[in-house]
Design a protein around this ligand. Sequence first.
Ligand code: ATP
Length: 495
Amino acid sequence: MNVRGSDGYFSSFGLGWLPMVLWIGVDDTDSLQGMCTTFLATELVSELTDDYDLIGYPRLVRLNPNIPWKTRGNGAISIRVGKGRGAIQTLGGIRGRPVRSHLRGESPGDVTEVVERVARCVERLSRFDDPTTNPAFVVLNKPAAPSLYWKAVRGVVGQRTALAAVRGKATIRRYKSGRGVIGACAATAWRPRDRTYEVLTYRHPDRWGTERWIDRDSVIQMDRRFPSTFNNYDYENDRVVIAPHSPCPVLFGIRGDDPSELPAAMATVKGEVPDRWLIFETNQGTDDHVSPHSAPQVGTTVRIHGNVRLSPRVLPGGHVVLRIGDMDATAYEPSKQFRTLVKALGVGDRVQAIGAVRKLPWTLNIEKLNVVSLALVQKKVGNPWCARCLRRAKSMGHERGYRCPGCRARFPTSAGTFVRVERKLEPGWYEPPVGSRRHLSKPLKRMRREEAEALAASSRAGERPRLVRRDLVGLRDLGLGTAARSARRLSRPAP
Ligand code: ATP
């Protein structure tokens, strides 16, 4: 029995506990050749809502992005069903039928029937032919403990750990190796501290595998009209980012902070007409995957702080490597213009980098970087002046000082005439262009918004504005200097 307690659900769909609803978690049903676990979620919703009510939002939960056996974005899904109570909202449409969801619910009674329907759906749609697809689903009368989510989003979890987290409250079906049970259980374990939403639209089945038709200008228009959305268009590389390039059923997905704006944002995008759409609550763009411990372990995402020890070097293939403290950190070629920032760093600059720890080569794959402070860089413009002979001294070699050719007086290296070199970058956060970001990485746009909201809240409370997090000062996108400057103005405490 689910009772109020640490496993209660705290929803932004409204604030409320969801006692006794059924929690369904599914993972590892798709392959690179087709399908998508979120599409399966739409089929499940369609199948189950004939006789049961959907409770809250369906959830798309991204797990550790460094898992080598993931298909694409390591996403798992969870949905809740029961007898609906409270307010109703429309969260989607499937073949012309609206998908409605209740704020809260009660047990639907017959668990066996729900299990059988989920099984039919998973067995019909999973890509069993793919050797790397190992589907599983769970139906729980109480969600898995949140600790499982944190382990699965930041580390590596075994099937036994996942199963232990749902012992006594689950019906579990595993197919093939059953590895999908890890994601299936972990998806139910997510209790959002931070959350975003994504409206996913899907193509008519007869179009799957063909080229998608999405009007670029309408995506730009949507991006500008709905500032609560993010990661829509890569202005630096002139690229639509809302559509995948795989043969999967997804037409496009729009991510945002305000779910109520997503249907209108979706309608702004012109092109192929979707067959169905559904709004998911997600952990995308939250930085949940970043471990609070800095000790770099392979397969985790960490935050390291330190001084740049070795100047950036460019490897064949265009990857840029930097030594931060005693660890190499790399901006790989797919991070595109972000590498310009990394190349502009120099010895002595203080930085904080967030990235995934790789084993071979042992390096931090940089996801986001905060330039905390810049070292003073000087350029020598003249040798020291000998006041006795009224002439310039001559260098005696690198770091060996100078000697006057007339009176032989010696001068230290520091006696030369130096000018300060103008740096090409400023302190602040930097991130790769929109098309090169990880699903879980919190975009600077969201960080800025959080900061602005916190400042507004503290000023409403009559407090002196203060920074939420010191490291937000100078938030900056590459190539978006104006936004960066306004962010810095926001950051400045009142005099
Ligand atoms: P898509 O995003 O296209 O749905 P995917 O990238 O989610 O696909 P899956 O096919 O689901 O990839 O494969 C991921 C597999 O890794 C699943 O079997 C899942 O249970 C497992 N998994 C997820 N997170 C972890 C983790 N932290 N530790 C161990 N296994 C994990």
